[in-house]
Design a protein around this ligand. Structure first.
Ligand code: ZN
Length: 216
């Protein structure tokens, strides 16, 4: 973030053609501040309008609910999902309006437990917290669940597990599970001194608020 002093120095030093004098710089700064205030007001008004018109996002539905106090923050799951999307689709701005949350999906369980759920009507992807964090789940399972549900979210309604679904899921899995064929040890915390890596390709993923976790 550039401070006012930085901006003043920049305007003084980086004038094209000739040097700006102090009055010119102050004029520019005044105009920029005014513009910023106008933009802030516009944004605030837009946020207000949106808050009034948009219904609050769903937190529960038929057989599912978002966990209120997850052991690992929702943001960590969201971040991992974004990394999968970015790595698989070359930073395409996909599913930007979707939420990725830890959920309780016990209400959906039939003969088999449900570990992941895609709710298109709520633009929501859920991963069952109890199953993945406490039970049989491991990191590979988490990646597989997210890949599966992200693929559902990208498909038109009605595709279900059809040919296009399978093709897309395979290409996502090929990217994110490429190094994972030899079996996967649990994610291990790494020291805080290691520079934060955010690239999925580097196999290091930062879990916001939960320290850093390196995946190999
Ligand atoms: Zn499915």
């Amino acid at each position: 973030m550039m401070t006012a002093e930085d901006r003043r120095a920049e305007l003084l030093l980086n004038a094209p053609g000739r040097q700006r004098n102090w009055y010119e710089v102050e004029d520019i700064l005044k105009w920029e501040r005014c513009k910023q205030r106008m933009e802030d007001r516009l944004h605030a008004r837009r946020r207000e309008r949106q808050a009034k018109t948009a219904p609050p996002p769903a937190t529960s539905g038929n057989g599912w609910r978002i966990v209120t106090n997850p052991k690992t923050p929702h943001e960590a799951l969201e971040q991992l999902a974004r990394q999968i999307i970015n790595a698989s689709f070359h930073e395409a701005p996909l599913l930007s309006e979707w939420r990725f949350r830890w959920g309780d999906l016990a209400g959906l369980a039939g003969p088999l437990p449900v570990v992941g759920l895609c709710v298109p009507s709520a633009k929501l992807i859920l991963v069952d917290e109890a199953r993945v964090l406490d039970g049989a789940g491991n990191r590979r399972e988490l990646l597989e669940i997210l890949a599966h549900e992200i693929t559902h979210a990208l498909m038109p309604l009605g595709e279900s597990h059809g040919a296009n679904f399978k093709k897309t899921l395979k290409s996502v899995s090929d990217v994110i599970l490429a190094d994972d064929t030899k079996g996967v040890p649990a994610a291990a915390p790494v020291s805080r001194e290691i520079p934060t890596g955010r690239t999925f390709a580097g196999r290091r993923v930062e879990w916001a608020g939960a320290g850093e976790w390196e995946f190999r």
